[in-house]
Design a protein. Structure first.
Length: 430
């Protein structure tokens, strides 16, 4: 059996979509194991840019069966819109190629309304959610009152939707937010159920059978390690397990599936995050604008889902070393190396300082990062344009030295390097 797990090693937005696309070329299944449409993966093939929020980006490859796993929360409207977008782009989307776990939870307008009302109620203490109902949907799941994709096959599905809206309205009323009319929600979700019923199945059973048959399953994570509900910068995190071990629970796979699994950690050549929360290596001014880009291109540092400008900074080796440990990362895929071309000097955070002490590892995880100051190591930059490089030896010596220092700092080898947004702008490192 062959399980390959692609996990973000930072705060998400690491460029996982194109790394998944690279590995999906030789995979049989591509399966998302967490999150909802608060995530966004972008793949560029020639002039075609695919922006996907729910469907695994591996579906672009014709031999791949795409799976939305049980660990996800799914907005049916978003899913159907995305399926239509892919069809218009010439991608086959049918029950033969796309599966939706019967155990995945559904997001409704009630969840979205509650998300907005709760964020407004937090005031200055808001955590910067996308407002897409992700947190409330996971809350309902944990509270054992959620709606699952399998419920769309039940004869009383509309009654369940009505009860769900009525329950949410009680909370909205306490928050002073507008209430929802359950009737149009029921009508809307009846249509979604009819459109998606042939896609709903027990994906855990199918993926287990695929692995036993020797097929390759590519597990695709959303967001990144530092947004993990348990191991991220809590409370500025998402509502699911974003780390590689979450792939087993999020896809319904047993521990035997992890034997010999390949765990690829995706990391930008610098650091970014969207929303609130601590960011020790954050920079501002002209350097921030230089790293972020203008927003004129799909690969600039603006959220695929929110469109918000990302906060940017130098690569944080302390957090990367933490991510390698928490995920069990066996190799790194470094993206956006080309963005650093032209900088005279690069800075790399190798440790933290606080209270007169030096910390090379986090003693209590990343929840209190605001108390630390980064300790930087400076490395020479390079002036050459690396976007045409296709072999390790094509890279400037300073670029190779930077990548080698990253690998030494975190204890995982660099095996892939992205030098541009196009599919072929990738360097495989032996």
């Amino acid at each position: 059996m062959t399980l390959q797990i692609i996990a973000g090693a930072q705060w998400g937005d690491e460029g996982k979509g194109r790394i998944v696309d690279w590995f999906a070329a030789s995979a049989d299944y591509a399966a998302r194991y967490n999150g909802g449409d608060n995530a966004g993966h972008t793949v560029t093939v020639g002039s075609q840019v695919y922006k996907m929020h729910l469907v695994p980006s591996g579906i672009i490859h014709p031999q791949v069966t795409a799976v939305l796993g049980n660990g996800m929360v799914v907005n049916p409207r978003t899913l159907l819109d995305e399926m239509d977008m892919l069809r218009r782009a010439g991608v086959e989307v049918s029950p033969r190629r796309l599966r939706l776990s019967c155990f995945a939870h559904l997001i409704t307008p009630a969840h979205r309304a509650l998300d907005s009302a709760l964020e407004a109620a937090r005031g200055k203490g808001s955590i910067g959610t996308t407002g897409r109902g992700i947190g409330p949907a996971y809350t309902d799941k944990a509270s054992r009152r959620g709606l699952r994709a399998g419920d769309m096959l039940a004869t009383d599905f509309c009654e369940r939707i009505g009860d769900h809206v009525a329950e949410t309205n009680r909370t909205l009323g306490l928050l002073g937010a507008p209430l929802l009319d359950p009737a149009p929600v029921c009508d809307e979700y009846r249509q979604y159920a009819a459109a998606l019923k042939d896609y709903v199945t027990d994906t855990s059973l199918e993926l287990d059978a695929a692995l036993r048959a020797g097929k390759t399953v590519l597990a695709e994570g959303a967001q990144g390690t530092l947004l993990d509900i348990d191991f991220g910068t809590y409370p500025f995190v998402t509502s699911s397990n974003t780390t590689a071990p979450g792939a087993l629970i999020g896809l319904g796979l047993g521990l035997n599936a992890a034997a010999g699994a390949r765990v690829v950690g995706v990391v930008k050549a610098f650091q970014t995050r969207v929303g609130s929360g601590p960011f020790p290596t954050e920079v501002g001014g002209a350097l921030a604008e230089r790293l972020r880009g203008s927003g004129a291109h799909p690969w600039d540092e603006y959220g695929t889902t929110t469109g918000r400008p990302r906060r940017v900074g130098w690569l944080d080796g302390v957090l990367l070393r933490y991510a390698v440990r928490i995920n069990g990362i066996s190799e790194l895929a470094v993206t956006k190396l080309d963005i650093l071309s032209g900088l005279e000097t690069l800075r790399l955070c190798v440790a933290y300082e606080a209270g007169g002490r030096r910390f090379e590892d986090l003693e209590r995880g990343p929840a209190a990062l605001e108390t630390f100051q980064p300790v930087y190591e400076e490395l020479p930059g390079w002036q050459e344009d690396v976007s045409a490089c296709r072999r390790w030896d094509d890279l400037p010596p300073a670029a190779r030295a930077y990548l080698e220092r990253i690998a030494a700092l975190c204890g995982a080898p660099v095996r892939l390097v992205s030098v541009g947004a196009e599919r072929e702008q990738m360097i495989a490192v032996a």
